[in-house]
Write a protein that binds this ligand. Structure first.
Ligand SMILES: [Mg+2]
Length: 438
């Protein structure tokens, strides 16, 4: 929960020139409190405080609670005094990080994998490479905000600028539930509206030190030379950083994470699942999701793992190597069901709506690994595909390329094209707008 100062005058239209503004800072609004409200709609519009107990501190407070002067890191007992009728809830880190993971992997990473995750609810995104497909940073920000709101019932704020510093200051001032684009030629003007503490990382000790030199705002800071700031701060590095920040300059680039080793999805059943049809439906949804993430990231997977969790919380997993790398749910799904049946000790031809599982399950999921980049993956047709091609009337070129063509491909490449079409529909109309059929 951010306590950075916001300036009303900063939350205005700064112009629409997006040239060079390829850094987004995305920050969930009152994340923990918003998630509690999302799963308890009856709390909407009420002061919700996450953090309870004698020795606890406040981890998050809804915007209604903040009106009572409640802030993060305040002792919960003090918050109780300020807002005796507030709704105080215990911290549920497991739930918050599970939703966070889902937001990052199913929304943010649909746009790009050039993401620096700063915390459970905050990240920087470099969209320069994504502009070819998405056209404008503002459009990306609008899509991200709409997806997070629609699918998770919470809001986020986005700052769009030419560097991390200004993007972060922009998202802070866009809050709550807002978006702020700061064109390159307005960077200096924008940051110079702020109080000293508006510069991320400038703490009370440094503020006091600068105050002692008669520097009380970012605009005063901007009028100092680096030499004067060295005198004020006693450090060349700090002085240079402050001088640059006061002019809206930030040379820092994103710190990106190592490439992913696996992509998976798992879901818990509302009540323990006893029948094959329900389990299959859930596994199909997981395959659909995983395949669409693989395609969005341009990855192919060679290894498939099915994971089950039972009512006693015991885990079981089973893994297989696929005949060829894939990013298609239509390929993953039948193999995932085979694995499920083997884990259950059930015959491979077991299908149908009435079939009971040998053991109830609480959670099911799949994950894919041995990932390679799609453009670097050569796909040899399988024996079945070669036979299928031979049976066709017209002579067909061999499907040895990794790029499928709907007109002349094998059954599996045609199915994959259908899934790509579903991706496009979802991108345009939302995740729930289209589903894979049987
Ligand atoms: Mg936040």
């Amino acid at each position: 929960m951010s306590t950075a100062p916001r300036i009303e005058a900063a939350k205005r239209d700064w112009g629409h020139d997006e040239t060079g503004c390829t850094i987004l800072h995305i920050d969930m609004d009152a994340f923990f409190a918003s998630l509690e409200i999302a799963r308890h709609p009856e709390f909407r519009g009420k002061p919700v405080i996450v953090g309870t107990g004698n020795r606890a501190v406040v981890s998050a407070a809804s915007y209604e609670a903040r009106k009572y002067g409640i802030n993060s890191a305040m002792p919960a007992a003090r918050a109780h005094q300020l807002c005796p009728n507030g709704i105080f809830l215990p911290v549920d880190h497991h739930y918050y990080s599970a939703v966070s993971h889902e937001i990052f992997h199913t929304v943010f990473r649909e746009v790009t994998d050039r993401i620096e995750q700063v915390s459970v609810d905050e990240c920087y995104m470099d969209v320069s490479g994504a502009l070819l497909a998405w056209h404008s940073p503002t459009r990306i920000a609008q899509w991200l905000r709409a997806q997070v709101a629609e699918r998770f019932g919470i809001t986020c704020s986005v700052g769009i600028a030419g560097n991390k510093l200004v993007a972060k200051m922009a998202s802070t001032n866009a809050k709550p539930n807002g978006m702020l684009l700061i064109p390159l030629d307005k960077h200096a003007q924008f940051v110079q509206l702020m109080p000293l503490r508006g510069i991320p990382g400038l703490g009370p000790a440094q503020e006091k030190r600068l105050n002692a030199w008669g520097i009380n705002s970012v605009s005063q800071l901007a009028r100092c030379s680096v030499e004067e700031l060295i005198q004020a701060t006693g450090s060349k590095a700090a002085a240079t950083h402050l001088w640059e920040a006061s002019h809206g300059i930030d040379p820092c680039t994103l710190t990106l994470h190592a490439p992913e080793k696996s992509i998976g999805q798992e879901r818990t059943f509302d009540t323990d699942c006893n029948d094959l049809a329900t389990a299959s439906t859930l596994i199909k949804q997981c395959c659909d999701k995983v395949a669409s993430i693989l395609r969005a990231k341009g990855l192919m997977a060679r290894t498939l793992t099915v994971k089950l969790r039972f009512p006693d919380l015991a885990y079981s997993t089973k893994q297989m190597q696929l005949e060829q790398p894939t990013d298609a749910a239509s390929t993953l799904y039948p193999h995932a069901i085979d694995l499920l049946l083997r884990m259950m000790g059930m015959p491979a031809d077991c299908r149908g709506t009435e079939v009971k599982l040998t053991r109830p399950i609480r959670l099911a999921g799949i994950s894919t690994s041995t990932l390679t980049k799609r453009e670097e993956t050569v796909i040899q047709p399988t024996l079945d595909e070669l036979l299928e091609e031979n049976e066709r009337v017209a002579p067909m070129p061999q499907a040895s390329s990794s790029i499928p063509s709907p007109a002349n491909g094998t059954r599996s490449t045609r199915l994959r094209c259908a899934e790509e079409a579903v991706d496009q529909i979802r991108r345009k109309f939302g995740q729930d707008s289209a589903h894979l059929g049987a």
